[in-house]
Design a protein around this ligand. Structure first.
Ligand SMILES: [Zn+2]
Length: 149
């Protein structure tokens, strides 16, 4: 990472120092806490599918799809917040439902019929960031030139 990026990151860290990460950020959790969160999330996802089966079709392999897992976790925490906030507005509850249906369409498109046999983003341990960054290098350099030149 270059100096500028590093300084932005360290500045953000300074600003966020002492603050709790949002609940969907599991980086600070212990392995046991992560396991507990994932188990609770899985129960909620099963309940979600039961109640919204017509709209929400999620493949059983969802816990292994990194992006799907993260998005479902965000919906879960959002819903918990809504259910616990005494001053929550009905508009926000409607927004939650609308956002859920919209995301569910995307999930169905991306993961419908997943047999979990292909590669792609499936492997949560795979890390192709460096290769992707290198593939974008010359475009990134051009963009930097435009921004700074
Ligand atoms: Zn899958």
């Amino acid at each position: 990472m270059d100096d500028q990026g590093g300084s932005i990151v360290s500045r953000l860290k300074e600003l966020l120092d002492g603050q709790q990460p949002p609940p969907w950020n599991w980086q600070e959790l212990t392995a046991e806490e992560r396991r507990a969160e994932l188990e609770d999330l899985a129960e909620w996802v099963a309940e979600l599918q039961e109640g919204y089966g017509r709209w929400v079709r999620i493949p059983p392999c969802w816990p292994l799809h990194r992006a799907l897992l993260e998005e479902l976790a965000v919906f879960w925490y959002w819903r918990q917040r809504l259910d616990q906030a005494g001053d929550a507005l009905p508009e926000e509850a409607v927004r939650w439902h609308q956002a859920l249906r919209m995301s569910a369409r995307d999930w169905a498109e991306a993961f419908g019929g997943c047999r979990h046999a292909s590669t792609g983003e499936v492997d949560e341990r795979r890390d192709g960031r460096q290769a992707r960054l290198e593939a974008s290098r010359r475009y990134l350099d051009q963009a930097i030139e435009r921004l700074t030149g």
